[in-house]
Design a binder for this molecule. Sequence first.
Ligand code: A5P
Length: 225
Amino acid sequence: MDPKRLVAEKAVSYIENGMIVGLGTGSTANEAIREIGKRVAGGLRIKAVASSLKSEDLAKTSGIPIVPLSGITQIDIYIDGADEVNHDHYLIKGGGASLLREKILAYNSKKFLVIVDESKLVDQLGRFPLPVEVTPFAANLTLKHLIALGCSAGIRQKDQQHYVTDNGNLIADCSFGKITEPSILHNKIKSIPGVVETGIFDNSMVTSIIVGYSNGTIKELTKNS
Ligand code: A5P
């Protein structure tokens, strides 16, 4: 079976009646949303919040009850993919441009289960260009300060136009090559006016990483395992 499906099924098995569930964004998270939809059809009673408009649409078509974030105070479990995961369980996220809402969900969740196939495991973050959400106002000046931190960077494009996030912002994709100190880099980037959020997710938010391998096995990694 597809490793993405395997890890999605494993993560969804932790959902119980009455929980508020955070829904991620991306192809792996979509597997989880479809699996949750099946369990809801089978009688599971939950409410969900989505990290993107795309995931909200998929959840609604899968029969999952969606509530606005303004209507809840905490999320019980958040299930989402990642673009890179290092040994210390720091993540790069935002390949799907949803990093701001994703980070808000991760930060407000009792448990954050990261679901990935083995291709996402890296020794050091940074091969995947780091997505940084920036305000459209003065985006070029913000970009200049990002580049001064030692990356090559550009504003993400779609159909020859700036890609606009669900929050009306832009994404600067920043290629650092190697990120040796993710927390320090995150703090430096966040101190630039015009930066809304970075795609570096601190390991303090992560409960476990569920990894799927092409041989059909999965492993659940916690920081002490
Ligand atoms: C979305 O903004 C990202 O953070 C995704 O979690 C990430 O891009 C993983 O997507 P895939 O599961 O499609 O690789």
